[in-house]
Design a protein around this ligand. Structure first.
Ligand code: DC
Length: 240
């Protein structure tokens, strides 16, 4: 049997603040697992596109996901995402998914189902860095440490353009900036689980910081808020 005291670190913020990379690196440094909740909304967008379910029918999307089973394979690092046994890890990053996912993420019945699923994951994997838009505000308001990462839209657009060009994809700065601003607006104005800096969360502006600086700063914050004993990896104990 293992003793696994919980340490949940939440990380919210708009697209392009480097949350995924920061969450992954921070989790590695602290010996925690990592949960990408955006991937779950992206999987719902894949259902809408590939299975012809209307993107604004949250009940139908939630029902389809419940039928097929959306699970992470925790034996992989980072975990791969499977829907009904189909590995969606690469598919969820396709351009058509980017277009649909904001609409899908506004649907209250789907959000309720995914929030429940995320809490169940948090229960089964209580040593977790979890990133998204509502992790510190809605899903884990009692988390040990809550972060909100932010950056100016222009900085986020420049980072995205550099990333796309480094992948050999054409990128127009003005179009990318407009898309980021539209997505921020959709994320911030939805009724359910809108993107907000949770009360009491630590807000970090990453505009002028490198990825390594952000990770260092977050690691320092976590180590100052959470005891070394809690952060130590779980130890095996003998049971009678
Ligand atoms: O972080 P991302 O780009 O993979 O997120 C994809 C979409 O899902 C984006 O529109 C924001 C939304 N999302 C959300 O509404 N709540 C979350 N916890 C995570 C992502």
């Amino acid at each position: 049997m293992t003793v696994s005291p919980g340490v949940i670190v939440t990380m919210d913020g708009p697209a392009g603040t480097g949350k995924s990379s920061v969450a992954w690196k921070l989790a590695q440094r602290l010996g925690l697992e990592v949960l990408d909740t955006g991937a779950m909304y992206r999987a719902a967008a894949v259902v809408a596109i590939d299975e012809d379910v209307p993107a604004d029918d949250g009940h139908a999307l939630a029902a389809r996901i419940a039928e097929e089973g959306l699970v992470f394979d925790w034996s992989c690092r980072p975990p791969r995402l499977l829907l009904g046994g189909r590995d969606l890890t690469e598919r969820i990053r396709d351009a058509d998914v980017n277009v649909v996912v904001s609409v899908v993420a506004r649907q209250a019945p789907l959000r309720a189902a995914l929030v429940d699923a995320q809490r169940i994951i948090g229960h089964a994997h209580p040593r977790l860095v979890t990133e998204g838009r509502d992790q510190g505000s809605v899903v884990f308001p009692d988390a040990a440490v809550r972060f909100y990462l932010d950056a100016h839209p222009e900085v986020r657009a420049r980072r995205r353009v550099e990333q796309m060009r480094s992948q050999g994809r054409p990128a127009d700065y003005e179009a990318v900036l407009r898309a980021i601003q539209q997505r921020d607006h959709l994320d911030e104005t939805r009724v359910d689980g809108p993107l907000v800096c949770p009360m009491g969360a630590q807000r970090i502006d990453t505009s002028g910081l490198t990825l390594d600086h952000v990770v260092q700063e977050l690691e320092r914050c976590v180590r100052s808020c959470v005891s070394a004993e809690l952060l130590a990896p779980p130890r095996a104990v003998q049971t009678a």
